[in-house]
Design a protein around this ligand. Structure first.
Ligand code: IMP
Ligand code: MG
Length: 181
């Protein structure tokens, strides 16, 4: 695989490249065009990147959006360390931009159980957002996951993926492709 001899891997093996650079680039371009068309009448869109996983996807996506937009980020607390899943998601970093009355595009790296989004969306709506749509690069389409995701880059295999923002124990985020561990 393309990881062979890749100094970025620090000698660790990845199983296979699932989405290569050119595949990602083409899909991000398509998403950018669809998003540009969808919000053309909408005034100024606020694009909110959910850190850290969305950082590369967001950076590429916003460069394909031909609209006047604003960009901000949020950091959500992770919800579980084996504890009950009943806790509210908390924002560790608040977007500086006011959300009141705004159309928001929330950009996420991957939808797995859907828990993060299921908790975050009501929170953003409670802060007065006019509407919140989600654009996720990857969606594992696990059974029972019903959270509403308007744009999906790829329906992902149910394996652990890294690269292009996604990490394993904070490694691999910087890879320009997506691979399975
Ligand atoms: P959810 O709340 O279960 O949908 O989890 C979403 C979050 O879990 C993502 O934003 C990622 O941070 C992380 N995650 C889920 N699956 C993967 C994966 O395959 N690779 C890396 N991170 C993942
Ligand atoms: Mg994430």
């Amino acid at each position: 695989m393309s990881g062979d001899g890749d100094a970025r891997l620090g000698g660790r093996a990845l199983q296979r490249v699932v989405y290569g650079e050119e595949t990602i680039r083409r899909r991000v371009r398509e998403l950018g065009a669809e998003i540009s068309a969808a919000y053309a009448e909408d005034g100024q869109l606020l694009v909110l990147g959910l850190l850290k996983g969305s950082f590369l996807f967001l950076a590429d996506l916003v460069r394909e959006v031909r609209l006047p937009i604003q960009v901000d980020f949020l950091v959500a607390s992770s919800y579980g360390a084996g504890t009950s899943s009943s806790g509210e998601v908390r924002l560790l970093y608040e977007p500086a931009s006011g959300l009141d009355g705004r159309s928001i595009l929330l950009v996420e790296d991957i939808v797995d159980s859907g828990t993060t989004l299921a908790r975050l969306l009501p929170l953003l709506e409670r802060r007065g957002a006019k509407r919140v749509d989600v654009c996720a690069l990857l969606h594992k389409r696990l059974p029972g996951v019903t959270v509403d995701v308007r744009w999906v880059g790829f329906d992902a295999p149910n394996s652990f993926l890294v690269g292009y923002g996604l990490d394993h124990a904070e490694d691999f985020r910087h890879l320009p492709y997506i691979a399975s561990l």
